[in-house]
Design a protein around this ligand. Structure first.
Ligand code: P6P
Length: 342
């Protein structure tokens, strides 16, 4: 087989890079202009830069690489702002987006007028779970892409950002862990790519991820038990109690939504961050945490609810609004809803 003749259906001898996967997808869409592929490549580049800096974060106390002044005496941004600025500067010049929304920035992020105002809208949590950095636990980047609804060629608007999750055209995350993985979906199925730092590329390692119908793990911060509503307390008491119909579920909680949901996608089970007396609307953000992760979970065959409604059906009202989150294996989410619905 000569390398040049490999078609999309054949497996390349070097494995399938993310770029190859995106180009194969583009070739299957005659109307594709390459804008989506270009935007995705910019996001991927930003994630590689972030991964490189995150891997050195542990040196900050020694080399002043993070959050202090570095060896040249330059002020160095905190990692989450570094991640935010890396994504913004990598994407804005590409001409594929008209506006961005970030957990780190209060207002919509406009694309400078010297750049084309593209047809897409990008929202992201640049470094989810950044509290885990100091203990070298997993963190991640979460993103979602919508099409703009404001007139083409004009600066993007807040309304472009306040679209429901069901209108997302693609979403993904990068988890910076024992290995760095990127998982994305354009709506049907989710594909996982593992980063090879020696090559500097993501390679397809988890094609067509499908979440099990039921798992054996529940993921929730039980330290909030006494702050929860009674029906959540009853659900947690039930899920960890064995009976004649079920074993006790095991508790796993990494403290970074992207990592807990990555495990949930691969192993099944349920991730929950309910509302509580301190966070009556929940803690997690709808637009750049819950929506993209709900899009991915549903694309992999799972379910994602706020306890009453499908998360992707929520009509956003504010850029940083919060929502309760229950997502994972469909049967596990259905069990939870039986308690919440009581
Ligand atoms: P808690 C990280 O700070 C985060 O936003 C999510 O990634 C994570 O699931 C949650 O908060 C953890 O919150 O209150 O359990 O530390």
């Amino acid at each position: 087989m000569t390398v040049g003749s490999i078609g999309p259906a054949e497996v390349s001898p070097i494995g399938t890079t993310l770029e190859r996967h995106l180009l194969d997808r583009q070739r299957r869409m005659p109307e594709a202009t390459g804008d989506f592929t270009g935007l995705f490549q910019q996001i991927t580049l930003a994630s590689k830069i972030i991964a490189s800096r995150v891997s050195k974060a542990g040196l900050s106390g020694i080399l002043g690489l993070t959050g202090k002044t570095n060896v040249q005496g330059e002020a160095v941004q905190k990692l989450d702002m570094f991640a935010n600025n890396t994504i913004v500067s990598t994407v804005e010049a590409g001409g594929h987006v008209c506006v961005m929304g970030s957990e780190e920035i209060e207002q919509p992020i406009p694309v400078p007028i010297q750049y084309p105002q593209g047809k897409y809208v990008l929202q992201f949590d640049p470094l989810d779970g950044s509290g885990n950095i100091d203990i070298n636990a997993s963190i991640g980047t979460i993103f979602s892409i919508h099409r703009r609804i404001s007139p083409d060629g004009t600066p993007g608007t807040l309304e472009d950002l306040l679209q429901p999750g069901r209108d997302i055209i693609a979403a993904g995350y990068v988890v910076y862990g024992s290995s760095n993985m990127l998982v994305y979906s354009t709506g049907v199925g989710a594909d996982g790519f593992t980063y090879d730092p020696g090559v500097g590329e993501f390679f397809l390692s988890h094609p067509d991820i499908r979440i099990p119908d039921r798992g054996a793990i529940y993921s929730i911060n039980e330290g909030n038990y006494h702050n929860w509503d009674e029906h959540i307390q009853r659900w947690v008491d039930w899920i960890k109690t064995p009976n004649e119909n079920k074993k006790a579920y095991r508790l796993r909680y990494i403290g970074a939504m992207v990592a807990d949901l990555h495990r949930t996608l691969l192993r099944g089970g349920i991730f929950a961050y309910p509302q509580d007396v301190k966070n009556r609307k929940g803690k997690l953000r709808l637009l750049y945490e819950a929506n993209p992760m709900a899009f991915l979970v549903e694309a992999a065959g799972g379910a994602a609810s706020d306890g009453k409604n499908r998360i992707l059906d929520i009509k956003p009202k504010e850029l940083h609004q919060r929502t309760p989150v229950f997502m994972g294996s469909p049967s596990d989410v259905a069990d939870l809803l039986r308690f919440v619905g009581d």
